[in-house]
Design a protein around this ligand. Structure first.
Ligand SMILES: Cc1cc2nc3c(=O)[nH]c(=O)nc-3n(C[C@H](O)[C@H](O)[C@H](O)COP(=O)(O)OP(=O)(O)OC[C@H]3O[C@@H](n4cnc5c(N)ncnc54)[C@H](O)[C@@H]3O)c2cc1C
Length: 379
């Protein structure tokens, strides 16, 4: 769908109001507890559902709203104004659900889109993160399905998700393109266990867990897409996921600037406002320019996605790399502008400073983006 500018602006305002009225008031408590009350999250999801926003990133063919990349960017930027655990309430669902067949659509996607169930996506393993060829979790064909053995870690929401999408090696002799298959593993399935939950620097209240599969038998009906099509499924969605991260980073940096500018206008030192000191002006000016550049990279990537241009892949890498690193620099400067107040937990600045760091790692590290970009420009 290609919405008008006005429609995108309306979506943006709807999300902004949802963030300000329903999510922002819970940020500090969720961060402090490193947990989110399941009832609260459930209520927030119902609210997002009633606003027509839940599952906003899914295509129409599988029951999503089929929004353009430009519209999704506007939503993701606005959601960047709140914390990661609370932003979960909007139901950004794994793009690989697009590979579901009609039967899976009924038992998997329909309840997900009604916000009755949740899903996790498990790719990373203790010995394989950036390097997909090193994945070891095995799935072997047996009577009645596939037997999974192996482990995953750093998996978002896997401790509470009703289903987990799992990438496993089904053909060890094949190249990366035919090696992997995607499975849907229900929670509490025999042989599937959440082995631990990680403590981490940021994204507090957003759980990352480790999983193990020990002779976990998954029926054939739970293969997502083609056998051997796991790599293609990753590739089909990875660029949209990178753009999603980039837009969230733009939103986080904007939130920081929204805090910094009034403070710089009001706070006085040596008889002048902070904004009258050149050192502070330079920090604000650099942040303003970088934020604008970041937003334009996202808009360009979205435009290429919406016109199905092959350069979307590289544009998404550029946006992901630049926006995630930009958000870190802006967070550092804004914390500095607030001085001691920036370091204290009374304001959201120290939380955002911690939270932005994860974006340089998840959805392909900065180094992986640089490798992609260098290969592209060098031919
Ligand atoms: C907040 C957060 C949420 C996450 N959620 C999920 C999730 O839901 N599901 C999931 O499957 N995973 C998830 N992950 C895991 C994430 O995808 C991996 O951490 C990431 O892909 C990096 O893999 P790794 O940690 O194994 O690092 P490694 O691949 O071991 O890399 C370590 C370092 O070496 C660098 N490096 C590696 N190879 C090269 C090279 N060839 N050249 C230069 N530098 C290189 C990397 O850039 C990195 O800096 C999440 C991670 C975070 C931080």
């Amino acid at each position: 769908m290609h919405e008008t500018g006005e429609e995108i602006e309306l979506l943006r305002r709807t999300v902004r109001s949802f963030v300000e009225s329903s999510l922002a008031p819970h940020e500090a408590a969720v961060d402090e507890a490193d947990d989110i009350d399941p009832t609260l999250l459930h209520d927030l999801r119902r609210k997002a559902l009633s606003l027509g926003l839940y599952g906003y990133n899914l295509p129409e063919e599988i029951g999503g709203p089929g929004l353009s990349a430009a519209a999704r960017c506007a939503i993701d930027e606005e959601m960047g104004h709140t914390s990661m655990p609370l932003a979960e309430s909007l139901g950004h669902l794994p793009g690989s659900l697009g590979f579901c067949d009609d039967g899976q659509r009924r038992w998997l996607i329909d309840p997900l889109l009604r916000a009755e169930t949740t899903i996790a996506y498990a790719l990373t393993e203790p010995d394989a993160g950036s390097d997909l060829a090193a994945l070891r979790t095995r799935a072997v064909r047996a009577d009645g399905g596939w037997v999974l053995n192996g482990s995953k870690h750093y998996i978002s929401h896997a401790d509470t998700a009703d289903h987990t999408i799992v990438l496993a090696v089904t053909d060890r002799d094949a190249g990366l393109k035919g090696r992997l298959t995607t499975f849907i593993v229900p929670r509490d399935h025999p042989g599937f266990r959440v082995t631990r939950r990680f403590r981490k620097l940021g994204w507090r209240g957003y759980h990352l867990s480790a999983l193990s599969f020990e002779d976990c038998i998954v029926p054939v009906s739970h293969v997502l897409g083609e056998v051997g099509g796991g790599f293609a499924a990753i590739m089909a969605t990875i660029n949209s996921d990178r753009l999603f991260v980039a837009c969230r980073c733009v939103g986080m940096a904007q939130r920081l600037m929204d805090l910094a500018l009034p403070y710089a206008r009001e706070r006085k030192t040596f008889g002048k406002t902070l904004g009258e000191h050149e050192a502070i002006q330079f920090m604000l000016a650099d942040s303003d320019v970088e934020l604008e550049a970041a937003r334009l990279l996202c808009q360009k990537a979205a435009m290429l996605a919406d016109t199905r241009h092959p350069d979307f892949r590289i544009a998404a890498s550029r946006a992901k790399l630049y926006c995630s690193e930009m958000a870190g620099r802006v967070a550092d400067r804004v914390l500095q502008i607030f001085g001691g107040a920036g370091f204290m937990c009374d304001l959201p600045i120290e939380r955002i400073y911690r939270d932005v760091r994860g974006f340089r790692i998840g959805e392909g590290t900065s180094e992986m983006q640089r490798l992609q970009i260098a290969r592209h420009i060098l031919g």
